[in-house]
Design a protein around this ligand. Structure first.
Ligand SMILES: *Cc1c(COP(=O)(O)O)cnc(C)c1O
Length: 410
């Protein structure tokens, strides 16, 4: 069967949140390429080379189920890449987070603490399980969960006898949270840490891979992430018991009996063999992609950092960001235009950009949730803009730079 695309089949331009728009191949309008320039996307999926062969081999093998040797091979490869002893591949990053909350026994009324500056999926499963979410502000140095704020808030919570069931730091836009400090603060009170590293596969913090040091970590292979399988995720841990429990729950909690005995109910969160075959090929490209994204970021800085009012997401001396997304800050007084004017100017030039995540404590879905600080995150949302960060011809990135430089002159 041939997939025949018409001009109506262009990918949606406005769906989803930061980096969420492109979960389909960036199909080009047939015949129109010479006239209209193709729209430039934030983080389009890239092929590593070899996916077609892997897919064909998988389909011919007859292994299509979310079980068997291919997801197993993906998990083994992911253990090596993530540096964790045990990996469970799942149907999405959100599913991995959900299973993480389940194996940490999050129950209705429990507190779950997370940074406010993140994608909704970090806490959505916990909220759906009846947990009460507390949002904490991020630090200016990393834009990730502020360890000092966390330390003070935990001491206060311990005094009040309301310690959280779990703290969930987020590795944002390719940058690791200061996990050593966060884990130390949580260890003091016996609170487990689950790292949402969905945006930061390939990133390093204090010499270790993203998530290392946490009890559990979650990753995503959605179409916009640095490595994609066309969808999927992983839950990883050094504790084999936690991953075994998650595997059981993610496969409908079937007990070993021919009639399927159930002591509890689970989920259908398995990772398809077809996607695992793609993911295996993609994982091999990770280091090259980190290098490419860091080069994209460096080109933006070289071409734009001299403009008044323009700065970029910082990188702490102890970290090495994957620069999954290049994020720019605009001070409207000094630049002469605000973040929204820049976003619209880029949009008119056929370039997708997106505001930094709207802090979750400002989202109507979490009205009434407790927040501790939040001013830094709110400021980053006001002034922060995510720029196209995937594979681009030099001329394409020059278009982005030109629009922003022109705006500064205007
Ligand atoms: C993408 C993302 C997720 C969810 O991953 P999916 O695979 O899309 O379910 C979770 N947390 C963060 C911070 C993300 O960016």
């Amino acid at each position: 069967m041939t997939l025949c695309l018409t001009p109506e089949d262009e990918p949606p331009a406005e769906a989803g949140g930061s980096g969420e728009a492109v979960n389909v191949l960036p199909f080009r309008r047939p015949g129109a390429g010479a006239v209209a320039r193709p729209r430039l996307h934030l983080s389009p999926p890239e092929l590593a080379g070899g996916e077609m062969e892997a897919l064909e081999e998988t389909l011919r093998s007859g292994w299509l189920a979310p079980a068997g040797p291919i997801p197993k091979a993906f998990e083994t490869a992911f253990e090596a890449v993530s540096g964790f002893g045990h990996a469970l591949a799942t149907s999405s990053g959100t599913a991995a987070l959900h299973l993480g909350y389940r194996v940490l026994d999050v129950a209705p009324g429990d507190e779950v603490w997370a940074p406010t500056l993140t994608f909704v999926a970090t806490v959505a499963p916990a909220a759906q399980m009846g947990a009460r979410i507390t949002f904490l502000d991020v630090s200016r140095e990393t834009w990730t969960l502020d360890p000092e704020l966390l330390r003070d808030a935990l001491a206060q919570a311990a005094r009040e006898g309301r310690l959280p069931r779990v703290v969930v730091p987020v590795d944002l836009y390719g940058q690791c949270a200061d996990l050593d400090a966060i884990v130390a603060a949580c260890d003091r009170w016996g609170v487990p840490v689950m790292s949402d590293s969905a945006e930061s596969l390939g990133a390093m913090g204090r010499g270790r891979a993203a998530g290392q040091g946490a009890r559990l970590a979650c990753f995503s292979f959605n179409g916009n992430k640095i490595v994609t399988a066309g969808g999927g995720g992983a839950l990883v841990s050094d504790d084999p018991g936690l991953i075994a429990s998650a595997r059981h729950l993610g496969m409908q909690a079937k007990e070993a009996a021919p009639h399927y005995q159930h002591e509890t109910t689970g989920y259908s969160y398995g990772f398809s063999s077809v996607l695992a075959a793609v993911g295996l090929v993609q994982l091999r490209a990770l280091q090259a992609r980190v290098a490419a994204r860091r080069a994209v970021f460096a080109r933006y800085v070289a071409a734009l950092a001299d403009l008044p009012g323009i700065s970029f997401m910082p990188e702490p001396a102890w970290g090495r960001s994957s620069r999954w997304l290049s994020v720019m800050l605009i001070d409207p007084e000094r630049f002469g235009a605000d973040r929204e004017m820049a976003r619209r100017a880029l949009d008119e030039a056929g370039i997708e950009s997106r505001p930094v995540w709207k802090p979750l404590h400002l989202q109507p879905a979490f009205r009434g949730a407790r927040s501790i600080g939040g001013g830094i995150a709110a400021g980053l949302f006001e002034r922060g803009l995510c720029l196209p960060s995937g594979a681009m011809a030099p001329g394409e990135q020059a278009r982005v730079i030109e629009v922003i430089r022109r705006l500064a002159r205007g």
